[in-house]
Design a protein around this ligand. Structure first.
Ligand code: CDP
Ligand code: MG
Length: 750
């Protein structure tokens, strides 16, 4: 460790790899053993066109003409004209997402209907909508709009609609033929999210049925294996319908066309750590500082699995930056800086970017880097392919990603931190070489990189399918097994989902129940939907609206995993003292509600949040979500008299009881029973032994309640312990009363 605490990083492994998009598939890489090999690789490949390193502000005015996609414009339009399905493959940043809708608009497709472009991530949908609106000199919500869960910024004038795949999927329950759209663009297909996969199946069914011969479908992807999508749409029964007879391109024109956009990837040198890193956040901070003081100008992009790690790294880097500035200004003989570190004088600007970050802060990462400054962007895998940040020359990759993982045996879905796939690691490294040759520093060993899976398995093989099955039923698909899946779900996963919906009362032998219909109309998971619908009977509708809205935002409390790191000890102490004043001893749902009410009452909301370790933006967002949910309920159930369904104000004992009862009724599938004499619980569904997460108010209690219900179930990376989080005490007898099929009086008492 260097005395400044700015330890020099382990010297990067000198074995190099050169990324070169032209050299192979799957983001192709080529082993090269010397720097000269890397130079010759870059010289020999088709890199003649060098994308100039222009700041975003300039890019904004050149309307995409300089992008690699520009030379394919006519080919793309012709392909779309002649084929019902076009598959567009092109490196990240080549201009697919922003340019294709513009081409189609100018070619007249918006006069026949709306162009929809799906994005797996809301951040991407929003930022790209802004970008395209700007290129078309329009305001977001006008010609160009976006629709994400809880936020629909479109109007009657909107002709180019960016939407999350989840939004479009829910929307098509109402409009199964996509009748308002002239073109559907399924973007980021390689991500293979559950919703995009479902849209694939629905679109294929629609095309097979021949209901929309004029509809055009474009599949866009960054990876290089179009055959899978091509084969899917070309497969049995599809071809004749929009090939010869009915298709406009009769005379041998195929129904599916593949268009490739040439890559302009510059070579990227890849370094691995010589030994495995135990703490990748710490390792990332060291690597970033070292790059910052020793390397020529160019922005740094760091990939981390989630918001908690991003916040932790931001804190570490801020501390180190302050220390470095101080030592540059006041050199200390006892703590000398290496000469090379003194000579560099760039300032450091740290920009986090992740889904839950408010949009106005997300755009920071897209702004041109100010002079004499190096931007350090801390991102989740959102920056892997769905957004392109200008100016990046260095990539630091933790090698980790958070993925939902569902175990059909236990019926439990968890968000797990996992190793990235080889394809994802190549994509991440490739971000360094978009504008000029770059460098990628991987915080894992060369040997570990060889052991990575080739591809991330599609989400449909990993996720809880309950919500999807509910939507399929609402859409009128009663036999999921016959659905044209691009990849089939895991054995038993569909049955498990059906069973869970039956337990919840959403399905019975005849199909979707009334409750099921209502649940399918709410953009929340079925159990949260039940909380809302059940709350009327318990007289706590207003409060449940708040609770569900709060559960639908991310990380209300700042003291998440971040606070477990040593660096945050002081902050944790202060925050937890204040937090205790807000805590309700019976549980986290109640505590959330209490905090939200106090926040609504106080005038200095930002100050209140700081003092209590609350994420102010999360509460602002919760307020918006709450309004949306309320509107949806009204639409679903007719005029709902909120007050009539809310009998007691916050703070009254009856009100806490009614909320806990409602939780017991809606969340009985997430009940867990204490296992004395330990402080562990056993979940009812899946029978797993779990710990209450240290952030829960319950852990403060001397004696724990015999029964609880929980919102989240997960495993931590370290120690692989299983935890339940956002937990509230309930009475065993309520479980018997509300879910008699599952709980007997004798069982809950014993
Ligand atoms: O979809 P694809 O990855 O092929 O590229 P794109 O998202 O259309 O991005 C094309 C270009 O627009 C890139 O140079 C981006 O840096 C730029 N862009 C931007 O500056 N700001 C945005 N919000 C979106 C794109
Ligand atoms: Mg894109």
């Amino acid at each position: 460790m260097h005395p400044t605490g700015l330890r020099r990083s382990q010297s990067p492994n000198k074995r190099r790899r050169v990324m070169n998009e032209e050299k192979g598939d799957g983001g192709g890489s080529q082993q090269a053993s010397s720097p000269s090999a890397s130079a010759s690789a870059s010289a020999s490949a088709a890199h003649a066109v060098v994308v100039p390193a222009v700041p975003a502000a300039d890019v904004a005015t050149d309307s995409g003409d300089a992008l690699p996609i520009a030379e394919k414009r006519d080919e793309i339009l012709k392909a779309v004209e002649e084929n019902q399905v076009v598959i567009l493959m092109g490196e990240t940043g080549s201009g697919k997402t922003t340019q294709v809708p513009i081409y189609l608009h100018h070619a007249g497709y918006t006069s026949k209907g709306v162009i929809a472009i799906t994005q797996p991530r809301r951040v991407a949908a929003i930022t790209v909508a802004h970008r395209v609106a700007q290129e078309l000199s329009s305001q977001v919500g006008d010609l160009v709009g976006y629709s994400v869960r809880f936020e629909d910024v479109t109007s009657a004038a909107t002709k180019i609609r960016f939407a999350t795949d989840g939004f479009l999927l829910r929307d098509c329950v109402r409009d199964g033929d996509f009748s308002r759209y002239s073109v559907l663009i399924l973007d980021e297909a390689h991500e293979r999210t559950l919703a995009t996969d479902m849209l694939f199946g629905l679109v294929k069914r629609l095309l097979v049925a021949g209901k929309r011969p004029q509809l055009r479908v474009i599949v866009m992807s960054a990876t290089l294996d179009p055959s899978k999508y091509g084969g899917f749409f070309r497969s049995a029964g599809v071809v004749p319908l929009f090939g010869g007879a009915r298709g406009r391109g009769a005379g041998g024109v195929g129904c599916v066309r593949i268009v490739r956009i040439p890559g302009r990837q510059h070579p990227v040198e890849i370094f691995h750590t010589p030994a495995a890193e135990e703490d990748y956040v710490e390792a990332a901070s060291i690597t970033v500082m070292q790059l910052h003081v020793e390397q020529p100008p160019g922005d740094i992009l760091v990939f981390l699995p989630g918001q908690d790690d991003i916040e932790a790294l931001q804190q570490l880097l801020e501390d180190k930056r302050v220390k470095l500035d101080r030592l540059r200004r006041h050199p200390s003989p006892s703590d000398p800086l290496p000469p090379s570190w003194q000579s560099s004088s760039l300032d450091m600007l740290i920009c986090p970017i992740y889904a839950a970050l408010p949009v106005d802060q997300q755009v920071e990462a897209f702004r041109p880097t100010p002079p004499h400054t190096r931007k350090v962007v801390l991102a989740t895998n959102i920056a892997e392919t769905s957004i392109t940040l200008p100016g990046i020359r260095y990539v630091v990759d933790s090698g980790k990603v958070k993925l939902t993982t569902f175990n059909p045996r236990t019926g439990v879905e968890m968000l797990l931190r996992q190793d990235v796939s080889k394809a994802a690691a190549m994509q991440r490294s490739g971000r360094a070489g978009r504008e000029a040759p770059g460098q990628a520093y991987r915080l894992f060993t060369e040997a570990d990189s060889q052991g990575l899976a080739d591809q991330t398995p599609p989400e449909i093989t990993r996720a809880d399918l309950a919500q999807i099955v509910l939507q399929m039923r609402a859409y009128g698909i009663s036999n999921e097994e016959s659905f044209p899946f691009l990849d089939a779900p895991k054995e038993g996963a569909l049955d498990k989902a059906v069973k869970m919906l039956q337990d919840l009362g959403a399905l019975d032998n005849r199909g979707l129940t009334d409750l099921g219909h209502r649940l399918s109309g709410l953009p929340v998971v079925p159990m949260h939907g039940r909380l809302l619908l059940d709350s009327m009977e318990f007289g706590c509708l207003e409060h449940m609206l708040s609770i569900v809205a709060l559960l639908s935002t991310e990380n209300v409390w700042h003291h998440t995993l971040t606070s477990e790191r040593k660096a945050d000890k002081e902050r944790r102490k202060r925050v937890s003292t204040n937090f205790r004043r807000l805590a309700h001893p019976d549980g986290d749902h109640l505590t959330l509600l209490k905090a939200y009410h106090r926040w609504n009452e106080v005038s200095d909301k930002v100050g209140f949040c700081k003092e209590h370790g609350i994420n102010h933006h999360a509460l602002v967002r919760a307020t918006k979500i709450r309004e949306q949910l309320q509107g949806l309920l009204v639409r679903l159930l007719g005029d709902v008299d909120m007050a009539a369904h809310t009998q007691a104000a916050v703070g009254k004992d009856e009100q806490w009881v009614s909320i806990k009862q409602c939780l017991a009724k809606a969340f009985f599938l997430n009940a867990a029973k204490l296992m004395p004499p330990t402080r562990k619980y056993r979940t009812e569904y899946g029978r797993q032994e779990v710990h209450v997460h240290p952030t829960s108010v319950l852990v403060e209690r001397q004696s724990l309640p015999q029964w609880v219900v929980y919102n989240d179930f997960f495993q931590t990376g370290v120690g692989k312990k299983l935890y339940i989080k956002t937990v509230t005490a309930v009475e065993g007898e309520w479980l018997v009363q509300f879910a008699p099929a599952k709980f007997t009086a004798a069982y809950v008492k014993d």
